[in-house]
Every structure is written in C-alpha cells, then in structure tokens.
Design a protein around this ligand. Structure first.
Ligand code: Z5A
Length: 213
C-alpha cells in the first residue's frame, strides 16, 4: 500500500442513503487493515460542528447565500487543517460524508451562487486538495424526500422545496459528467442489497488501484 492516504467522499441529495454507504465503505476499508478517519461536513471539528448547528438551524432561516457559503468554507478550512490534511499526511485514509461537491451542488446549483465565486474559495481553502474518489448516490428527488421524510423535525436544508433539490441533483450530475474518473454514480433508487453491491465493487476496485500504486 502506498504511504500517502486516500481521500474518499460520499455525496448525494437528501435521503440518498449516504449514512448507509459510509458504514459499508468504512467496514470494507478497515477490514483491509487500513487506518481510517471517518468524518463529515459541515462539521468534523469542534468549531465545524458549531458552525454546522448554525447552518442547519431554523434560527437562521433566510441567511444570505454568501454567509452560508463562507460558513461552509470556514468549517472546511478548520476541518482540513486540523484533521483531513494531518491524517492524509500520516498515511491514514479519510472517508468524508460530503465535501466541496456539496457546495457546488447546494450553494451553487441550489442557491444560485456563481461557480467562479465557489472556485475562488475552493482554491484558497484547499489549494490542490481534491478527493481521490467520490461516490455520488443518485436517486429521483421525490424518492429521496420520501425516504428522508420518515424523519421528524427537518433542518433548514431539509425544509427546502422540490425545485431546490432538483437543481441540487442536477448540479451533482453535472459535476459527475465533467469528472467521470473521480465521481462514480451509484443508482441509489434500487433496493439496499443492489446499492451495497455497487459500493462494495467501487471501494474494492479503488483499494486495488491504490495498492498497485
Ligand atoms: N451542505 C451544503 O449545503 N453545502 C456543503 O458544502 C455541505 C453540506 C458540506 C447537512 O448534510 C446539510 O448540509 C445537507 C447539505 C448541506 N442538507 N441537506 N439536505 P447531511 O449530510 O447531514 O444531510 P442529509 O442529506 O440530510 O444526510 P443524511 O440525513 O445523513 O441522509 P442520507 O445519509 O443520505 O440518508 P440515510 O439516512 O442513509 O437514508 C435515509 C433513509 O432511507 C433511512 O431511513 C435509510 O434506512 C433509508 N434507505 C437508505 N438506502 C435505502 C435503499 N436503498 N432503499 C430503501 N431505503 C433506504
């Protein structure tokens, strides 16, 4: 296995099944004796988790798009400096529930913030750091919302309307179309066994490629 760690992210709209995917991916990776940092965005650090609370809370309904974007990147800056970069430098793998693709999808496609503005922050905060593999759990918005809707107490994002999530989904699909090598789409509308089979294959292929250099 190469000495530098690998950075894997999992993305998707509301109710896509990211949590389930994270769990399976983590089990597969650690079962190969690889040390893994499992984390999430926004969040992953004490400051990031506080920012997450602010971002998701209904106390801040109507927050400006720029404030939302900057808070996402503030949480990300802290996350990268404190956890992600040190882990990767130490040879650990990092598995993150959402990362910057979510910013392009939610703040960009969803809220209408320009791609150029997001790209400036991405470069500033991340330098050249990008995920090595991104699994995009894709499914029709109505199905995702139906699955997620079984939860009580929707947060500020979960309370957005269908049109918003349609734009977010398309935003993700556009990223995948531009970066098919990095972003692998899993059809998350199928039953759990079929979805998990795809995730298993993607992670195992990726581990094999990492082993070979
Ligand atoms: N956000 C942003 O705007 N910009 C950014 O840069 C970042 C984030 C990083 C919080 O993220 C919010 O932050 C997010 C975008 C924004 N808001 N939204 N929407 P989050 O990741 O915590 O939020 P979330 O999308 O609500 O994640 P979640 O609650 O963890 O959902 P999920 O992981 O995709 O779904 P799940 O809990 O695994 O599954 C949902 C249900 O479906 C559950 O009951 C499962 O048992 C069921 N399920 C899962 N798979 C299946 C299959 N295949 N068949 C049947 N049922 C299934």
């Amino acid at each position: 296995m190469s000495e530098s760690g690998r950075f894997i992210t999992i993305e998707g709209i509301e109710g896509a099944g990211k949590s389930t995917c994270m769990q399976l991916a983590a089990e597969l990776i650690t079962s190969h004796g690889i040390s893994l940092l499992q984390t999430r965005e926004p969040g992953g650090t004490p400051l990031g988790e506080e920012l997450r609370d602010l971002l998701l809370s209904h106390r801040h309904t109507g927050m400006s798009e720029d404030a939302e974007l900057l808070l996402m990147f503030a949480a990300r800056a802290e996350h990268l400096r404190r956890h992600i970069e040190p882990a990767l430098a130490a040879g650990q793998w990092v598995l993150c529930d959402r990362f910057t693709d979510a910013t392009y999808a939610y703040q960009g496609a969803g809220r209408g913030v320009s791609v150029d503005r997001i790209a400036v922050l991405e470069q500033w905060v991340q330098g050249g750091r990008r995920p090595d593999l991104t699994i995009l759990m894709d499914l029709p918005v109505a199905l995702g919302l139906e699955r997620a809707g079984k939860r009580s107490d929707p947060d500020r994002f979960e309370s957005e309307n269908l049109a918003f999530f349609e734009r977010v989904r398309q935003g993700y699909l556009d990223i995948a179309a531009h970066e098919p090598q990095r972003v692998r789409i899993v059809d998350a509308s199928r039953d759990l066994a079929a979805v998990q089979q795809d995730i298993r294959r993607l992670i195992e292929d990726f581990m094999r490629e990492a082993e070979n250099g």
